[in-house]
Every structure is written in C-alpha cells, then in structure tokens.
Design a protein around this ligand. Structure first.
Ligand code: URP
Ligand code: ZN
Ligand code: ZN
Length: 469
C-alpha cells in the first residue's frame, strides 16, 4: 500500500520546509523536494498544496474507561478514538486507574480489552499504581514486560486512587530500577480534604468554590513533595496537568539541580480561566477539573513556559462527564462541589485549539507546536516511530488546512459528552486528512477510517537501569 503526500510544507519539531512524503506499507520511506511518478507508481496521491504536513499528534494524558466519583466517564474507545482522529490526534496514552480494591493485573487487562478492536487510533497506557502490597511489584514487572513503560500515581483523591508516602517511595524505587517514568497527579490530599470540609461547613457549596478548595499552594506542595521523592530515589518523573506558575518553577528548579523531571500542561489551562467555574446557574460545573483552572496570569505564564520549552507537552486530561446527569451529582442544595465529577471533555479539540490560540495567535511557532503536541510525548514515553516525519517512522500524518475556519459545538462534536467547555469558540485550521500507519482515517475533515484499526503500541524504557540510589 503506497501513499504520496505531495506539495505540502512538512513540519517537524526540528525543522520545516516544502517536501513530498512517500509512505509504503505503513512506514515513511522517502522525503524529498520532489518525488517523481516512477518512485510513487501505484500510490494514492494526496494533494497537500497550500497545506501543512505534521506528524500524527499524540495525547499523553486521556481517560476513557474511567469509573470515578460514583459514575463513569462517557466515552468508550470507539467514540474517543474517532474524536481524537478527527482532531488530528493519532495516538492516545490512557491512564489505567484501578481503585485501591481492584486487583491490578486484572485491571490492566480490563483497560486493554476496552481498547482492543474498538480503537481506531493507536494507543498505549500509563499503569496506575493505587496501592502497594506483596503482589504489586510482580504485577508492575509484568506490565513493563508487556510494553507499558510508565506508571501513574495520584497524590490526590484519598480513598480512591491516592497513594501514601510509603507506596510512593516504593513505586518510584521500582521505576528507577526498571527504567520507567512515573507520571504523577500532584496535589496535597490532606489540604484538599480539610479545605473542602471547611468550605462546605460554611455553606460555600457551588462550583466556584472548587478552586478555593485546591489553590495554587495545594498543587505546589504536591509538586515539591514529588520532587523530594524523585531526588531520593533517582526515578524519572513527569508532572501531569500542571496549571500554575509556582508548580512549574518548583519542577524546573528541581530539574536544574539534577532531578529527571518533565512537565505537562493540558489544553483547558491554556484557553479557559478561573472565571469559567464562576458562571451562574451551576454552569460553572462544566469547568470543574483538578487541579482547577487558574487565573489569566498563570495562563500567560504557561504559554511562555511552552515557548521556552520548559513545559514539555500539552495533553488534554480528557475526562468527559455529562452536564445533565453527571456534573449534577454535585448540584446544591442537595449536594455540593466536592461531588462534581472532575474532568473536561477535550480530546477532540486539543490540536485545533493549540493551533488557534498558539500558532495563529503568534504565541508559538510551528516546530514548537509539533514538539509539544507530538514529538516530546513520543520521546519521553518511548513511542518509537511516532512524533516525527522521517524515513522509517510510522506513516502517521496530519495534512492540515490552515485556512479553514469553524466553531466548536457539542451539537457537532464526536465525543459523547452533552456539552463542550469551548462551545462557540472560533477555531482556525483543521486536519483535512489524517493517516495512521498509512491508512487514511480522516478525509475532508470527516472520519473515514476502519473501526478497530488502532494498535496497542509497546514502548521502550526511559533509561537503562542503574544503581537505585
Ligand atoms: O479533573 C480531572 N483531572 N479529572 C480526571 C482525573 C485526573 O485527575 O486526572
Ligand atoms: Zn489528575
Ligand atoms: Zn488525568
């Protein structure tokens, strides 16, 4: 099977310029100023004149199968992967999130089974470590042998996913030995629990109090805590969904003093601000996620930290819950903000919103856009053959029409959630054609692929095992 993408401007994280791209049997085989008809005999030709050609985008932080806060996230792999592809994302890394009571290997198999045969894009997992007992180490070794070379810990969500300090230390020590990365949700759970109780007791129960219960200091303390443990164990860590300036600064200071840490932010923090959760009539619940969406000052700082490449990646933390029946679990007067399922549906529009508010708004150049939305995720998490357009790489390509204009609406999105946090937002540019390993999945901006085309991607380890401490 041959595909020739002709006449576009090929953009990698390192360089960009006009080129044709030839793909054979799912791999990129040639990139040249002009590939002649002979070399491309029998190929399907995609005219990319006036278009940009990007490596398939990678979302390193999504939740699809997610039992959480008394309910379940709305998407399954069929809807989420279709939404991702229409938006230009060709690989998703999902968090496996067993409860403390679940048997971890069974959970890992369950999460994999939800994607197999249903995912249309490629996929991988971060293995959640939500408890540590005599069986945990053996299970984690098996998971890593299976090609899932990153773990996930939560320093928040006490009683659900949260780990204690002994569990954190043991997880990081094992990760160091195995050469895998530990991704971490950093918020101090004791501070959250105490502040939530105080606010609710004072009758402060609406969604606007969510941010007050988890202020910047709560996140900053969480990052500081993780840095201490990472320094002592020598483990490589990745701070997920970083929302604010002090959290980035603490992680950067640790990096400067030798801690192996990478920083992720997520799309909602770059486009929305804290006033969203203050919208009347409980509408603010649509914007409740943790850590909370911060003020403009933090948002501006995050854009700068992306530009300077201090923040490595932009994910989504896609966690879709309906406004109607699910966010309402936390609606006063019967309930309060602590019961609002945390999360925002966003897997579909990450790339378009990053392009619109980043590239088109002059906040970042094209190589930086590719780096933070694709290449860095591939490098950090060992997704070999992804995140770059070069001979030998997977033929995951996005032919991008920069002139396209549209607006976001829940009425037309592919995610299953009944609302969009970005409703009515203008978008500039879209993925006109998307390929996964050489198969066309999106054409003219519409899903056109084979359901279940996606494959589990076994990943390489972050680094060779060296002495533990
Ligand atoms: O609010 C969030 N972030 N929901 C999803 C679960 C998590 O913490 O990543
Ligand atoms: Zn989280
Ligand atoms: Zn998450």
């Amino acid at each position: 099977m041959k595909l020739l993408v002709k006449g576009g401007r090929v953009v990698n994280a390192s360089a960009d310029g006009p080129a044709d791209v030839l793909c054979v049997d799912g791999k990129i085989t040639q990139i040249a100023a002009r590939i002649d008809a002979g070399a491309a005999a029998g190929a399907e030709v995609i005219d990319a004149t006036g278009k940009l050609v990007f490596p398939g985008f990678i979302d390193p932080h999504v939740h699809i199968h997610l039992p959480f806060m008394g309910t379940h996230a709305k998407d399954d792999w069929e809807s989420a992967s279709r939404a991702a592809l229409v938006g230009g994302t060709t690989t998703l890394i999902e968090m496996v999130c067993p409860s403390r009571a679940d048997e971890p290997w069974a959970a890992y198999e369950l999460w994999k089974s939800k994607a197999a045969g249903k995912a249309s894009c490629d996929y991988a997992f971060h293995m959640g470590v939500t408890r540590w007992d005599e069986a945990t180490e053996g299970v984690l070794r098996r998971v890593v042998d299976d090609g899932t070379t990153s773990f996930k810990v939560f320093l928040a969500y006490r009683g659900a996913f949260g780990v204690n300090d002994q569990e954190l230390y043991r997880t990081l020590s094992l990760a160091k030995e195995l050469g895998v990365v530990v991704t971490a949700h950093c918020e101090n759970e004791t501070l959250v629990a105490e502040r939530q109780a105080e606010l609710v007791a004072a009758g402060k129960v609406g969604p606007e109090w969510h941010e007050v219960s988890r202020p910047v200091a709560v996140e900053t303390e969480g990052v500081h805590h993780l840095m201490t443990f990472a320094r002592l164990t020598g483990a490589a860590v990745y701070v997920v969904h970083t929302s604010c300036r002090p959290a980035v600064e603490i992680a950067r200071a640790a990096a400067d003093s030798g801690v192996d840490v990478k920083i992720e932010t997520v799309l909602p923090y770059l486009v929305l601000d804290s006033s969203a959760a203050e919208r009347p009539d409980f509408e603010g619940a649509k914007f409740v996620m943790s850590p909370p969406i911060r003020s403009r000052e933090h948002q501006d700082y995050l854009w700068g930290a992306l530009r300077s490449r201090q923040v490595a990646t932009v994910g989504t933390d896609h966690a879709p819950f309906d406004f109607g029946a699910q966010k309402e679990l936390g609606k006063p007067p019967a309930s309060n903000f602590t019961k609002i399922p945390n999360g925002i549906p966003s897997v579909e529009h990450r790339v378009q919103l990053l392009y619109t508010h980043g590239v088109a708004a002059g906040r970042m150049n094209l190589p930086t856009f590719v780096d933070c939305a694709s290449t860095q995720a591939a490098r950090i998490f060992g997704l070999n053959g992804k995140g770059v357009i070069e001979p030998g790489a997977d033929a995951d390509l996005v032919v991008w029409d920069p002139e396209w204009r549209g607006r976001i609406s829940a009425a037309t999105h592919h995610m299953r959630a009944d609302y969009s946090a970005f409703e009515g937002g203008e978008i500039k540019g879209r993925a006109a054609v998307v390929t996964v390993r050489g198969s066309i999945m999106v054409r003219d901006g519409q899903f056109n692929g084979e359901r279940g085309h996606g494959r589990f991607v076994p990943r390489t380890r972050h680094g060779a095992a060296t002495s533990a401490r």
